[in-house]
Design a protein around this ligand. Structure first.
Ligand SMILES: Cc1cc2nc3c(=O)[nH]c(=O)nc-3n(C[C@H](O)[C@H](O)[C@H](O)COP(=O)(O)O)c2cc1C
Length: 390
């Protein structure tokens, strides 16, 4: 039998000064259950399930650093000190179960003021106002909508840029105060930071626009403000859309330059996503092959890791334990993040432990499971094994 202690997926990983018990990360996923930005028992139960299932690192959904940076009225926030206490309960629960508690902070920029996905994801309008959810004016690098029909955002002034950088710093301070050990900065998916990075979104003519150096300025200022308020050795990841997948967009060469600059400012790892700028369906390129293939974003994590020697996290359609193991074994990433598959199977890490251990004499091994579950299941397994074969 294979011992999962020899697997890559279940080997510990030290990032900054924090050691994760395994390489399985639960990706940040918005639940649209908060009121006034406050996390509540939904978030506690939802995230707690992944910690009971022994994920090495569990991220909260994006915590918005400003109210106007929320994608919907039901986003979680981190813009006031009162948000700390309920998040603190979550961090404590995750740690108690043996997971490392992580939080993501961000600002949705021009993708703010929308309906929840299951209400249509459209920009808030008159009907929403009538039921008590009036739209507000989102902000971005440039006063252009993220997609046709979306709100026209206001371009941030220089004074506002400084205020938003400070809001990221204060958000990081609150995340640390809530007891989280790892932080992820959301700079992907067409959100605020991405609108500064991408040449198709950033049309500014001041110091925050123009060439790559100018377009990176805001991201690097945010990184420095967050690092100052979330002190080393606690690690910080930076989630990037490594490529825009649109003509003349941000590409891998840009990502490599930015990643090196981020590392110089104390960022520990890159969380490798893609797309989302200008609202276009950037995954449409995969239509001719029936949609994005498993691990379609892994090559970005692999390239950063091999070219810069910087730790990376791979995410996106990683659903099979053997695939996750292979990504790590091939040195394509240091961590694998599971998103939707964890919604389908919150016990994914525990099932991965069984799958990777193999099944000698057809008996499943529950040794990695918390004993509260595993003892009983192993007992049942032994009982079942004694039944005569029919
Ligand atoms: C319900 C849901 C909410 C999400 N919310 C966030 C979020 O808050 N921050 C973020 O960076 N990505 C978010 N994502 C993207 C995921 O983190 C992940 O990158 C994406 O789902 C691809 O991984 P998967 O194929 O394993 O689901 C969300 C995805 C889903 C399905």
């Amino acid at each position: 039998m294979q011992d999962i202690a020899n697997s890559h997926l279940f080997s510990p990983f030290t990032l900054g000064g924090v050691t994760l018990p395994n390489r399985i990360v639960i990706a940040p996923m918005q639940m649209y259950e908060a009121e006034d930005g406050f996390a509540n028992d939904w978030h506690l139960a939802h995230l707690g399930r992944f910690a009971i299932a022994r994920a090495g690192l569990v991220f909260t959904e994006v915590l918005c650093v400003e109210p106007r940076g929320r994608s919907t009225y039901r986003d979680c926030g981190i813009w006031k000190d009162e948000h700390i206490a309920p998040l603190g309960r979550i961090a404590e629960l995750l740690r108690r179960c043996g997971s490392v508690p992580g939080a993501q902070i961000g600002h949705c920029g021009p993708k703010a003021a929308r309906q929840k996905p299951w209400d249509g994801l459209r920009p808030l309008g008159a009907e929403d106002a009538a039921r008590g959810e009036p739209p507000w004016t989102p902000v971005a690098s440039t006063a252009e909508p993220s997609a046709e029909g979306y709100h026209v955002p206001a371009a941030l002034t220089l004074a506002e840029i400084a205020a938003v950088v400070d809001a990221f710093g204060q958000g990081a301070r609150r995340v640390a105060a809530a007891g989280f050990d790892v932080l992820d900065i959301h700079a992907a998916h067409g959100y605020l930071i991405h609108t500064f990075l991408s040449p198709v979104a950033n049309k500014r003519t001041d110091a925050y626009g123009g060439d790559r150096h100018g377009r990176m300025r805001f991201a690097l200022e945010v990184a420095a403000a967050v690092r100052a308020n979330f002190p080393a050795p606690k690690p910080i990841l930076f989630r990037l859309s490594c490529i825009d997948r649109v003509d003349s967009g941000w590409d891998m060469a840009d990502t490599l330059v930015l990643a090196a600059e981020l590392r110089a400012r104390g960022i520990d790892a890159i969380d490798c996503s893609s797309g989302g700028i200008r609202g276009a369906n950037s995954l449409a390129v995969f239509d001719k092959i029936g949609g994005p293939p498993p691990g379609y974003q892994v090559p970005f994590a692999a390239e950063i890791r091999s070219r810069l020697g910087m730790p990376t996290m791979a995410v996106g359609l990683i659903t099979e334990p053997a695939h996750a193991e292979d990504i790590l074994a091939q040195g394509q990433a240091d961590l694998v993040a599971i998103g939707r598959e964890a919604l389908y199977d919150p016990n994914w890490p525990l099932h991965a432990a069984i799958a990777l251990a193999g099944k000698p004499d057809n008996q499943r091994q529950f040794g990695y499971w918390p004993p509260n579950y595993g003892w009983w299941l192993q007992y049942r397994e032994r009982q079942q094994a004694r039944r005569p074969a029919r």
